[in-house]
Design a protein around this ligand. Sequence first.
Ligand code: EPS
Length: 398
Amino acid sequence: MTHFRWLTTGESHGPGLTAVLEGLPAGVPISEEYIRGDLARRQAGYGRGRRQQIETDWARFRSGVRHGLTLGSPIAMLIENKDWENWQEVMSVAPIERQLNTITRLRPGHADTTGAMKYFQWDARNILERSSARETAARVAVGAVCRRFLEEFGIEIHSHVLSLGGVHAAVPHPVDWAAVEASPVRCADEAAAAVMIAAIDRAKAAGDTLGGTLEVFATGAPMGLGSHIQWDRKLNARIAQALMSINAVKAVSFGAGATVADLAGSRVHDVIRPAEEWGDEGTAAGGVRPWQRRTNNSGGFEGGMTTGEPIITQFVIKPIATLANPLPTVDLVSGAPVQAHYERSDVCVVPAAGVVGESMVAICLAEAMLEKFGGDHLTETFRNYQGYLATLGPRGVE
Ligand code: EPS
């Protein structure tokens, strides 16, 4: 059993976000600068609003790291909200004298309506502050620590935008990840990216918002993470939950995804290549799998376990619910018909969502690696990992 667990705390306009991560072994190299790389990637992307000009997200370690290495103790990280300065009265911990304006014009598509009923609130701010996607900054901090751990095992995680506002990219194989990182919409298809940017500009002018489809691509995970033994041990299912938990996500798929519904089995299943076919490619997989596949329609999973092929998962994010040109709704207090609340928001967060998706996959993979290989120090985890890899391959005669 692993004791891997993590939590985030924080309201969007409160003093800051906190993340606690427990269960990583000692000896993992990590720095605040490393985490900043992913936090900055999440803050970027065409279509973001004014809030990102205020914030420069930085995760400060409060525990769990000494002299650049994890200690095996709980890691706490604090990300300050720079905007807090402007919200001290609105978000005051102590009761205040002044009567503040409340948010009562419920936004369709946000957590406002159900949250206000369920948590017995008169002010939707008491719901939206926590349901805001600001929280994903804390997830990315946890994900970055996990990513650094996975790097020790040669596992790399990327993401890119497949579609945005109905504009679909042509996906080159292999994907040019440097081009993705250089793109304002995190899409390597330059022509499609230009159309996506124009679509964001049009949506902004119309007071509207846009969603899209993202793909996360992880290489180097060894065959055999997760298990077929029980429903909650299937790693693809756990990744699906992790991605579905990202704000505004409506669908998750793997590999060929929904297209397999229309194809015969002979067109779907990934044929296993015997060693004779590998030719100059050497071992099939840099050792993480004993045999290669001719295709990867499974997205790297069979029976809820990694096959050793790249993990490929897609997720769909709806257009964000805060519209500058608001939708009809009702008032929380009077029930009267009104237009929904609007303060300030992003037009499109699709590019940023890819970084959050990578982070969630990193967290799931780190947990699965530690379930399989254990270890209180990275050296021990690595020894167990190498011992396992040495067992992969033709069984021979017992
Ligand atoms: C969000 C609304 C906006 C976004 C926010 C999510 O914030 P504000 O209300 O301060 O303008 O910028 O996302 C972030 C702050 C972030 O860091 O991603 C919402 O209502 O969900």
